[in-house]
Design a protein around this ligand. Structure first.
Ligand code: CFM
Length: 544
């Protein structure tokens, strides 16, 4: 499989690197890879999860953002207090992105609120523990929540507030679940460290607290689905139609109640491998729940994932039901593909998103005949690029060592292996894969470009060299892309669009892309000084 493009990717790589001084070039060249796959499915090594080179304009976020904003952000029945200056809490509030659907109007839902200790100079100098204690007490007095989470921002780590001691003390005093996250922004090289910290604390303080299994057959958890633009609502509805019981999602449209009983599920289905693989691994060790990789982005991927879940339970009745739902849904999907493909086929797409979407969304483009010529993650690790097969070769550096690795043992009473050897054997013979993720690169054609932690400069250069029809990226690069006349689809919050998950979402995606690549809107917009041929404003230096 190779990409049908007249541009030589090796040449492009050279041109991207040309502007850098030798030291930077040496490092960046390991993060810009021309893709190729051997017969064994092996791909070249990429340098990932390393510090951004100073001076490069990165799209990455901070560790606090990954912990508080991403993983705990969509959970509605916990009061999440940001211990820090007000900006950190305010900008990670994410009201448009974190959608949730409480069952009744009275149900606990703190997502419309933004809680912060609003640290001032005084606390930075004399310590912020007192103010944190007060904030917890105040939140408790007003809302009486069942749980409170406290999130550290950079200054908290720098001044040494003991947030864990404060939360322990307040938990004893108030008798509710209160715990803290040492997710200072600088703690890791990106938001990825924040995912790991969030996973650890959920595992230690929440998962396994309620042993009552919810009603329903075929009980699963969905891990690494964050309900961006309402994606989770479509997935939930689909699973329900198939007769599959979703016990807990980590963490789109989620609740602490569901997290607490998630260990009663029989299968963990991982969407975003980067952000949540730690929970999947730890739950298998402690409770005996196996995990599989799924993907509900793309119609084919959705069908494949539903079948994979059904095959695990080995019940003909479930398999039949799943096939029926797929057949019903695929009718409209096929009609949409047929109508849209001729209008967009062969137009070039590029994707530079977080740690899993740059892979997942390639499926949607492929379904309407659009090749992805370049893709990359902001902060994923080598296993997300090259597949989990490289895990033993990944060097643990000082930055990763900064993040606690929990030692997990089987739970004395709750460990219950969900599969006996004969079941695993049976499924294995059918080619069923547990605990595996192939990564993005093996699925990308030869000669495509894979770029880790892309910079603004490189984005502009790629636009110049490839003239792509669309780039999927985030808010930080959106305006750079649009100013070049190229449409940009925001894939972190979908702006006002979406949802794009499951079958219905795939159709919405095809339609959105068709509109964007054919409207040429951005290429009509030019800056005033470009069209007038002369400056629209003039000024003279006047000496006083
Ligand atoms: Fe996973 Fe995410 Fe992503 Fe991510 Fe993110 Fe996100 Fe993302 Mo923005 S958890 S890695 S840290 S799929 S916030 S919901 S869109 S960068 S590709």
């Amino acid at each position: 499989m190779s990409i049908d493009s007249p541009i030589d990717p090796k040449q492009v790589k050279e041109e991207l690197l040309e502007a850098y001084p030798p030291k930077v070039r040496r490092r960046r060249q390991k993060q810009i890879i021309v893709n190729s796959t051997t017969e064994e499915g092996e791909v070249p090594e990429i340098s990932a999860n390393v510090r951004t080179i100073p001076g490069i304009i990165t799209q990455r976020g901070c560790t606090y953002a990954g912990c508080k904003g991403v993983v705990l952000g969509p959970t509605r029945d916990i009061v999440n207090i940001t211990h820090g200056p007000i900006g950190c809490g305010y900008y990670s509030w994410l009201t448009r992105r974190n959608q949730t659907l409480p069952p009744t109007e009275e149900s606990e839902n703190y997502m419309p609120y933004c809680f912060s200790t609003d640290m001032q100079d005084e606390e930075i100098i004399f310590g912020g523990e007192k103010k944190l204690r007060q904030a917890i007490q105040e939140a408790y007095d007003i809302f009486h929540p069942k749980a409170i989470g406290v999130f550290a921002t950079c200054p908290v780590g720098l001044i040494g507030d003991d947030i864990h001691q404060v939360t322990r003390e307040m938990a004893d005093k108030l008798g509710i679940n209160i715990f803290a996250f040492s997710c200072e922004g600088y703690k890791g090289v990106s938001q990825s460290a924040g995912h790991h910290i969030a996973n650890n604390q959920l595992f230690k303080h929440v998962i396994g607290r309620n042993d009552t299994p919810p009603d329903g057959e075929y009980r699963i958890n969905l891990l690494g689905e964050y309900n961006i633009g309402g994606d989770a609502f479509l997935i939930e509805e689909l699973l329900e139609r198939c007769g599959i019981t979703l016990v807990s999602t980590f963490s789109g449209n989620s609740t602490m109640d569901a997290f607490e009983m998630s260990h009663t599920s029989d299968l963990n289905c991982v969407m975003c491998h980067r952000s949540i693989n730690y929970v999947a691994d730890m739950m298998e060790k402690k409770y005996g729940i196996p995990w599989i990789k799924v993907n509900f982005i793309g119609a084919e991927a959705t069908a494949k994932s539903l079948r994979k879940i059904a095959e695990y339970f080995e019940e003909p009745e479930l398999l039949e039901r799943v096939e029926k739902v797929i057949a019903e849904e695929m009718e409209a999907v096929a009609a949409a593909q047929e109508a849209i493909t001729p209008k967009v086929a062969k137009k070039l797409a590029m994707l530079f998103v977080g740690g899993s979407r740059a892979h997942h969304y390639q499926e949607l483009f492929a379904e309407i005949g659009m090749p992805t010529v370049a893709a990359g993650y902001e902060f994923a690790h080598r296993d997300d690029y090259e597949g989990r097969r490289v895990l033993p070769d990944i060097k643990i550096d000082a930055d990763s060592r900064n993040i606690e690795e929990l030692t997990v043992e089987p739970d004395e009473t709750r460990y219950n292996p969900r599969m006996d050897e004969s079941k695993e054997d049976r499924l294995d013979k059918k080619g069923y894969e547990f605990r595996d993720y192939e990564g993005m690169m093996p699925e990308m054609p030869e000669g495509t470009l894979v770029i880790d932690d892309i910079s603004h400069y490189e984005t502009e250069k790629l636009i110049e060299l490839y003239s792509p029809s669309i780039i999927c990226a985030g808010i930080k690069e959106k305006y750079v892309i649009q100013k070049s006349g190229t449409p940009c689809l925001q894939l972190h919050s979908y702006d006002y669009g979406g949802p794009f998950a499951a079958f219905q979402g795939a159709i919405t995606f095809y339609e959105t892309i068709e509109r964007m690549v054919n409207a040429k809107l951005w290429s009509f917009a030019s800056a005033p000084w470009e069209s007038a041929g002369q400056p629209t404003l003039e000024a003279k230096y006047v000496e006083s």
